[in-house]
Ligand binder design. Structure first.
Ligand SMILES: Cc1cc2nc3c(=O)[nH]c(=O)nc-3n(C[C@H](O)[C@H](O)[C@H](O)COP(=O)(O)OP(=O)(O)OC[C@H]3O[C@@H](n4cnc5c(N)ncnc54)[C@H](O)[C@@H]3O)c2cc1C
Ligand SMILES: *[C@@H]1O[C@H](CO)[C@@H](O)[C@H](O)[C@H]1NC(C)=O
Ligand SMILES: *[C@@H]1O[C@H](CO)[C@@H](O)[C@H](O)[C@H]1NC(C)=O
Ligand SMILES: *[C@@H]1O[C@H](CO)[C@@H](O)[C@H](O)[C@H]1NC(C)=O
Length: 505
């Protein structure tokens, strides 16, 4: 029986694949799933990466998660006389869909976290002050700033709208190989260009007044990012969205999301500090020599090591924060010198001396949060009454009208400074952070792909640091690792995704 060319081609292909499964180790290795994946860092980035990796690679892959401190990382609580308060990342935006999804899927509950009246101090007087009457607030805002608050709101909405496209891309499994490509896919050059301009430049160009910038934008940025209007425009929008209504937190503490994700991912937590990563050739059980990453870590006083097919780094890579050394890579793995902003959160239970902000007595003061302008010579960025992680935004005063206040400052507060702020206090506790990058556009974002199968999540913080950003980076890295492992190049860095997916349901 003679064969036509059409029949011959597929059968030759079959024969080649069969032969190749014995003699071309490279390609068969790529067909087989990875045996072991390591993630470094059990913050929201690392734990959500574990969750997404499990979804993509299935139940058989072994996932090890290294953490040298507490699960949760920059999500942490501080206890004050039996009650816990958010000391790190505290509020979540209503449109942060990954965080929302986690809470729902992991059986957690939420508490509402905005509320109370806000004032803005320039160190001498209150330059802006909310009223409990909605309509009065509107009139006040218009009186002081015209339609600028509305215009700003519309701009923030517009950017958020484009930003939300990421959820659609990720739900269709598309991944990006760089932060720049990811941002570009959301809104093109204009969107990516936000990393090149300060929010000051952007808003000045759009005609916003000096007064509005000083009294509204700066105080909000100082609260959310410990910096004024020198930050890039994208993180500026994220910061301003943090002034929206409907903000929420996780009942019992945001860090619960991390421990639940860890559980749900069925990965193995290793309490240890990763010191070195090196690529080495190993012979797997199948007999094939395979390139793997050796991770050397310290646990207690012991130094141990283990081998992995894929590694995800989910902590900021710099000497001060993670101090991981990449050994013998050629070319060497790029060193990042992103400087992180120090922020100290101080919790004080006491009675505020409101005269530092206004001439009124505390009983008439009425504000629950005071933000500050850049020009104030105050030593704090913000101060506000906080609710415990179990309360729905109705902070309880203890006897004598003392509330728990949370203060953000760049430096640790001295006793004299605390005494300036409070008439009396009976409890004070602080937590010091290298909180988020010190933003200084134009931003150059670190790579996501550090090496063949070695990925870095926290480069995304160059655009904006937030829980949701880490979750988005984690989802992206899991998809990217998966598609690169199985060589699905058509799922990576696709152009015009928005147009392509528009027609799909
Ligand atoms: C004071 C403050 C307020 C904030 N407010 C908000 C907010 O209101 N809303 C919001 O969305 N975001 C907020 N953020 C930002 C948010 O908390 C972070 O963006 C987010 O938590 C980062 O998560 P991550 O998992 O990427 O990193 P991290 O949480 O930093 O996790 C990294 C983990 O890696 C571990 N690690 C580091 N090196 C090693 C090593 N060598 N070996 C083993 N383990 C290692 C660390 O111990 C850490 O647990 C705030 C942050 C701070 C500090
Ligand atoms: C941002 O600035 C860099 C130079 O710092 C430039 O190379 C890049 O093209 C700019 N990107 C956009 C989108 O404007
Ligand atoms: C980083 O780790 C090396 C050893 O791996 C150590 O010698 C160095 O002191 C560490 N640096 C910091 C800033 O912790
Ligand atoms: C509050 O602070 C002011 C100075 O800012 C001081 O004069 C006053 O005595 C303080 N009030 C109390 C009750 O301590």
């Amino acid at each position: 029986m003679s064969r036509t060319a059409e029949e011959l081609v597929p059968s030759l292909l079959g024969l080649w694949l069969l032969l190749c499964s014995w003699v071309c180790p490279g390609s068969t290795e790529l067909q087989a799933p990875p045996d072991k994946i390591a993630i470094i860092g059990a913050g929201i980035g690392g734990t959500s990466a574990a969750y997404y990796l499990r979804q993509k690679f299935g139940k058989d892959v072994k996932i090890d998660l290294f953490e040298r401190g507490e699960v949760g990382g920059r999500l942490a609580t501080t206890a004050i006389q039996g009650q816990e308060y958010e000391a790190g990342g505290s509020v979540i935006h209503p449109l942060n869909l990954h965080m929302k999804r986690f809470v729902k899927d992991l059986g957690l509950s939420t508490v509402q976290s905005s509320g109370g009246l806000i004032g803005v101090s320039n160190g001498k007087t209150l330059v802006f002050e909310e009223s409990s009457w909605f309509i009065i607030n509107i009139i006040k805002l218009i009186w002081q700033y015209g339609f600028q608050p509305l215009r700003m709101h519309m701009w923030v909405e517009d950017v958020l709208d484009k930003f939300m496209r990421i959820y659609r891309y990720q739900s269709h499994d598309y991944a990006f190989s760089s932060v720049e490509n990811l941002l570009h896919s959301l809104g093109g050059d204009d969107f990516l260009g936000m990393l090149n301009r300060t929010i000051l430049e952007t808003l000045q160009k759009a005609g916003f007044s000096e007064k509005f910038l000083d009294e509204m934008i700066v105080p909000i940025n100082r609260l959310n990012y410990g910096q004024g209007t020198g930050i890039n425009s994208f993180v500026g929008v994220v910061s301003l969205a943090g002034a929206d209504s409907g903000l929420w937190a996780v009942e019992g503490g945001n860090k619960l999301v991390c421990s639940r994700l860890l559980q749900a991912s069925r990965s193995n937590l290793i309490s240890g500090s990763v010191m070195y990563i090196e690529e080495k050739t190993r012979t797997k059980q199948t007999g094939n020599p395979t390139k793997m990453y050796e991770i050397v870590y310290q646990t207690g006083s012991e130094t141990r090591s283990d081998f992995y097919d894929i590694v995800l780094v989910a902590t900021p890579l710099n000497r001060k924060m993670s101090n991981i050394t990449f050994l013998n890579f050629d070319p060497p793995i790029e060193e990042f010198h992103q400087y992180y902003q120090q922020i100290v959160s101080t919790f004080i239970r006491g009675k505020l001396n409101s005269t530092i902000f206004s001439s009124r007595t505390l009983d008439e003061f009425g504000l629950t949060t005071v933000l500050t302008t850049d020009k104030s010579d105050l030593f704090i960025n913000s101060i506000g009454i906080v609710s415990s992680v179990r309360e729905n935004n109705n902070p309880q005063a203890s006897t004598g009208g003392a509330f728990v206040w949370k203060i953000f400052s760049r430096e640790t507060l001295t006793k004299e400074q605390i005494l300036k702020l409070f008439v009396s206090y009976d409890y004070s506790v602080k937590q010091q952070w290298l909180a988020y990058p010190h933003y200084k556009p134009p931003e150059k974002c670190p790579s996501i792909i550090l090496h063949d199968r070695l990925y870095y999540l926290n480069g995304i913080e160059c655009a904006a640091s937030a829980m949701e950003m880490s979750a988005i980076a984690a989802h992206n890295a899991a998809l990217l690792a998966y598609h690169r492992w199985y060589e699905h190049t058509d799922m990576i860095d696709q152009e015009d995704l928005y147009e392509k997916l528009k027609t799909e349901l």
